[in-house]
Each structure stands twice: as structure tokens, then as C-alpha cells.
Write a protein that binds this ligand. Sequence first.
Ligand code: C2O
Ligand code: CU
Ligand code: CU
Length: 433
Amino acid sequence: LRSRDGVLRTELVASRTEVDIAGVAGRMLTYNGSVPGPTWILRPGDRLEVRLVNNLDEPTNVHTHGLAVSPEGNGDNPFLSIGPGENFDFRFDVPADHPTGVFWYHPHHHGSVPDQVFGGLYGTILVQDEHEAPSPRDRVLVISDVTLSSDGAVAQVSHAQTMNGREGELLLVNGQSQPLLSARPGELERWRVVNACTSRYLRLAAPGQDIWLVGMDSGHERTPRPVDDVLLAPGNRADLLVRMRRGTGELATLGYDRGRGMMGMVGSGDLSGPATLATLVVDGDDLPIDGRVSAQRIPDRDLRDRGPDNRRDITMTMGMQGMGAGMVFGFDDRPFDGERTDQSVTTGTVEEWTIRNPTTMDHPFHLHVWPMQVVEEHGRSVDEPMWRDVVNVTAGGSIKVLVDFARHPGRSVYHCHILDHEDAGMMAVVASG
Ligand code: C2O
Ligand code: CU
Ligand code: CU
């Protein structure tokens, strides 16, 4: 769906629907009857108007992940609850200088985020401008996972699984299990990949194909950079160019060791292990190869030129709450409380945040609304600015980011994008004013 005359007005109906998944009639949660939901294509400066119709039997809402939109009005609503049978009109104003890139939408109703995303509620948002590279073949690839019981219902997960972050048995590409993707040899394709998995890390690869990274989240590479694989933590997106080579190949995740909570105590089996996602069938007439790999590069700003006005430290915490009471997740030893403000910042400033992870597993740190630039990973400063809205903080590691609070006063959140952790309390409130 594309915007017209600066507005994209659309309806999003959330309901439980039967969809065919790997030959099983899965009773998934869907937007407009499909998994994933529709792709929205916007230009910087556009207004997005979404009427959410909640035909579920539980409350929900919708969040535009990665868009730097105002938390005031109803543009960013981790706090909003739309009850069953209710409608709600969301309005998102995309600033005129908003970066292009791949973004996505999903529910953000605290207490049901992992269940609703696992169940199938997610879709892609593309922000494109008129400088977008002359179109090679575009594909949107939404990767997600789910477990279906034998009767087709989305499986319930155990407490132990939620501690590590649930991973589904079925990996889906655009809602299909192990699809065939066909292409022409020599073709330069543009892949916009969303990691919509609740907790699974993807180390995406297409062995035998030439891949260039164009951008991640709202960051852009200076020139497309050749890569063998791309690590996508839950919530991350990649913008890739891929030169298709004749033959049959695969789209796969190579596996990534993300650690686990409380050694020895919780479950067994590999987390985020290697898996095939799709089969690539490249045949037909060869397309002429012009050798050119181009893509529009937006000159990214570098917040380091400005320096921080303030510094703060944030620690990811995960621990036992007395005997047998289960695990507590939070930041700075406090679980989420929507009434509390954890960080008060001054609108118009740039802040440097050091995020530490003393736990035994990786956590992807996600900040809403305010643009975040990764400047240091594990004590090493990065050469190029990396604009990310989800940044992985490895077990025992730390990262440093600069956050641009120039605009968008209001209240919003940061959280772990392993959605089971977010729901268990690893989320906190930032207020800019
Ligand atoms: Cu993708 Cu706060 O979420
Ligand atoms: Cu988000
Ligand atoms: Cu986490």
C-alpha cells in the first residue's frame, strides 16, 4: 500500500484467522486476514492514518517500530489499550527529514506482546524517497517463527521457554514455511528483511550468492558493503542487494549463540540454531550483468560532532526473586512500571548512554522515538556512525550510544526486544521535556 498525496489511510483488522501453514490449518492472529500484514510504503513527510479494528478477544494496540514519530497524540503508544470489539484511529506524522529504510509494525500491549507477535501480528513499513536506487527486483522478506499444536492452535509456551525467550519450531518467510523463491540469473535484487521473531536471532546468509549490505534499521552504509552473512537480533531489519547466481541454493540462518538464562536450570536444545529458511531457484535466461552495484546513500549525520550534553548508565538485570518465585527482568534492578519515569531528559539535548549487560545471555536493546547512534561496542569505538533502533548487547558486554533528543518531547520506552523479556519487565520509561 502506497501513500497518495502525502497520506496513507488504511484499516488494520486484527483477528484470529485460519491460514495454511506447512499444510496445517493454523489458527493464527492476523492483520487483514494474512501473515504478515500488508506492507505500507511511505515517503518522508507523509502522514499515516491507521484505523485499528480489534476483532481479537483480548486488548491490543499497534506500534510503528523504528519510526521517529512523536510520542504525543497517539503516534507512539506502548501505553494504549484497545479492548476487544473496539476501534481506534492512530495517526503518525513522519517528519520530512525522516531517514529512508525498512521499519515494521506490531502490537505493543504490555502483557501480551510476545503472544500476539508469536501468533502472527506484524507487517513491514518501507520509507522511501525519490532518490531510491533505480529499481532492481524488490522483495520484502519477513522472517518469523511459530509453534503450532497438532490441532492448529498457536502453542502455549512454558515458563522456562519465556525465560530464555521462546523460539518457534516453524520458521516462516512471509508467512510460509520453506517457500521456493525463484529468480533470474544475473539479476540484482533488493531484499528488505525484517526479523519479526519474538526471540530468535538470525544470522542470515544465502551461500553462493553475492550479498551487499545497504543499510540496517535507519542506518545506511557509505557504499554497499559485501557481506557473507548479516546478524539480525529480534527487531532488526536489513536492506540488502543480492546478485543471483544460476542454480539452486538456500536462504538460511547460520545460527548464533545468544547464551541462556541461569545456566543448567532452563531447558535444553539449541537457541537460535542453524536452519534453512527458503529454497532459492535461480534459472531462466541470463540477464546481462552490468557489474554495477549501486544504491542511494543518504549522508548520515554523526552525533559525535556534537558531543553529549549528558551521560547515563543503564544496566540490564535478570535475577532470581527468592526461592522458586521465578526470574525477574528489568533495568537497574527494577521491573517495568508504566507510572514511573526512569529517565528524564531535556528536549533539545544529545545524551550518551552506556548500556551494560552483566547477565549470562545477549539482550537486544531497543529505544522508541528518539534516533540512536551506536558509537562504541565492548569498549571499541566504531569507525562509522551506526543508526540503529535495536542494538545487541552481548552477555557480559556493553555498548555506548548517542541519543538525539532534539525533537519529540513526550514519554516513551526502551526495552529488550526479546519480547518475553520485555513482557517480564525488561522495559523502562523515558520522558523528554
Ligand atoms: Cu518492536 Cu517497543 O518494539
Ligand atoms: Cu519499537
Ligand atoms: Cu532480553
